[in-house]
Structures are given as structure tokens and as C-alpha cells.
Design a protein around this ligand. Structure first.
Ligand SMILES: [Zn+2]
Length: 300
């Protein structure tokens, strides 16, 4: 059974004209149910992230600032959303959604969050639409509870997973692999265990070649017993921020490859959606929906 974390709180009301496509958090579960990729049994509403779990990853000072809504103007600007209690509440549900997906993945092989991939959140601050780092929170939970020994984070969002890289910089039990646009945000990159910076305009064949070559090599050397996959669809040619030229078909092939790899090697995988900023909302929804379709096809 493909378990999918989702809650109505995922969709956060933004001011008119804000460029973040928040509506995808409503349209994707609708689409998946409409077409029969997922039914009501598949979805679960995650609990809010408890403080003691958050503090395995984030500093107490940052947690207090968020939960008491006491960030400075500058800190709020860095995150890029207006911040109130609702937003922090939403972030806690999303982060815990990924954590619960990780636990479901250990039972079912794969589980997915309709949000998350908030890889620009650091231990002590947020940026780039991210406040809590969901995959880091879930990874630290697994390690802390002896539910995994070696965790591989496969971050294929077009932006570098700078927060994740920084959080695990000195953690040998977590391997961070980020494949991203070299000239894209964040301009100042952190050092992941493995960074592959892609040139602007990269097309399908070389992109998939790099992935096909790198993932097996990394996994072979590191031998993870758990994988987090960040399946951002901002690699698409239609993306307004992406700078790459990847087709929707190649994006789906990317998902197929990563998920099949996990399945073949019997490594549980928890998937977080990540970014997607195509002009047409249908392009975003369709590409994200492909990840869920592929999970059903590969695992169930
Ligand atoms: Zn992104």
C-alpha cells in the first residue's frame, strides 16, 4: 500500500500575486484520486512535529523563534513567505509527514509526502520557502531511534540542498547527494557529500546519463539502509526558475530510475516532492503526479 502524507493545512493562503504555486497541494491529491492513482486509504494526515524530535535537527533558539512567531524581518524575507502561527503549524505537519512516511516506507518499501523537500532549511535558520528541514528531521529521527544505520539523501531538485548539506556536514551516517543547477540558487553552495553542478540548458540524455552512472556508484560505496528522495520538478524546461531543458518524459524516467533502484536493492525510500515553478500549473501537477504514478507502478 502506497501511503501518502497529506493534510488540508498543507495549502497555505498566500497574498495575491505571490509567485509560489501553493494550489498544487490541493490539485495533486485531487488529481491522484480522480484518476485512481490513489484512493482514500492511501492518504493519511500526519501529526505535528513534536519539539523534542525537531530539536534533533534544529536549534532550540530557532524552534522558539518559529513557534512563537518571533523571526526578524530579515529572517522572514529569507524564507519568502509571510509567517504566522498557521505557517509554522503547516511546517510542523509537513516535516512530521516525511517522518511518518519514513516509518511507512520501512513497512511498505515506499511512502510519499505531498509536500516537503524543504532542503533550504538549516539547523538555525530557514530560507528559500523552507522553515523545517523535513528530510533531515526524519533522518535524524531514524538514526536516533536505531531504525537506520546509513542514510542516503538523493536530492534531484534543481536547487542545491544547502540546508541538508550543512546539517549533515559532520555526520558520517548520512550521505548527501545533490544534483542541481550550478548557476542556480543558492549562489553560495554548501558542501554535500557529493555535489554535481549541472550547466544551464542541460538536456535529457546527458542528465539521465549522469544519474544512471552516479546513483549506483554512490549507493554501492556507501551501502545505505534507507533512502530519502527529493523529487523536485523544477528541472523541467517549462520551469521559470530551473534553467535546465529537461522534458516531462525524462523527469518521469528519472523518478522511475530512482524508485526502481530502491526497489531492486530493497532499500526503503521516503519521497518528498520539492519544488516546481512551471508557468502552467498543469505542467507542475502532471510532473509531480508522475512521481506518484511511478511509485505505484514500481512498488505496488
Ligand atoms: Zn527547487
Amino acid at each position: 500500500m502506497l501511503k501518502i502524507a497529506w493534510s488540508p493545512v498543507y495549502k497555505y493562503e498566500l497574498p495575491e500575486g505571490h509567485r509560489f504555486p501553493m494550489v498544487k497541494y490541493e490539485l495533486i491529491p485531487e488529481q491522484l484520486q480522480y484518476e485512481g492513482t490513489a484512493g482514500t486509504d492511501n492518504f493519511f494526515h500526519p501529526d505535528p512535529l513534536p519539539e523534542q524530535v525537531a530539536l534533533l535537527t534544529h536549534t532550540k533558539e530557532y524552534w522558539d523563534k518559529l513557534t512563537h512567531v518571533r523571526l526578524s524581518e530579515k529572517e522572514i524575507r529569507a524564507i519568502g513567505f509571510p509567517i504566522n502561527e498557521k505557517f509554522v503549524h503547516r511546517g510542523r505537519h509537513i516535516a512530521n509527514g516525511t517522518l511518518q512516511c519514513a516509518l511507512y516506507a520501512q513497512t511498505y518499501g515506499c511512502a510519499m509526502n505531498i509536500a516537503g523537500g524543504t532542503h533550504h532549511a538549516f539547523a538555525d535558520h530557514g530560507e528559500g520557502y523552507c522553515c523545517f528541514n523535513d528530510q533531515a528531521v526524519a533522518a535524524n529521527y531514524l538514526l536516533n531511534n536505531h531504525l537506520a544505520k546509513k542514510i542516503l539523501i538523493v536530492d534531484l531538485d534543481v536547487h542545491q540542498g544547502n540546508g541538508t548539506a550543512s546539517i549533515f556536514r559532520n555526520e558520517p551516517r548520512v550521505f548527501t547527494f545533490s544534483m542541481h543547477g550550478e548557476r542556480n540558487y543558492p549562489l553560495r553552495k554548501e558542501q554535500s557529500s557529493l555535489d554535481i553542478g549541472l550547466p544551464d540548458g542541460m538536456t535529457d540524455a546527458p542528465y539521465l546519463d549522469i544519474l544512471h552512472d552516479t546513483l549506483p556508484r554512490v549507493a554501492d560505496a556507501f551501502q545505505p539502509d534507507f533512502i530519502f528522495y527529493l523529487s523536485g520538478v523544477d528541472i523541467l524546461a517549462t520551469d521559470q526558475l530551473g534553467r535546465l531543458q529537461i522534458s516531462r518524459e525524462a523527469c518521469r524516467e528519472r523518478d522511475r530510475f530512482v524508485l526502481s533502484f530502491c526497489k531492486q536493492h530493497r532499500i526503503p525510500v521516503a519521497v518528498s516532492m520539492g519544488g516546481g515553478y512551471s508557468r502552467r500549473i498543469a505542467d507542475i501537477v502532471e510532473a509531480h503526479a508522475n512521481t506518484f504514478r511511478m511509485a505505484q507502478e514500481v512498488f505496488f
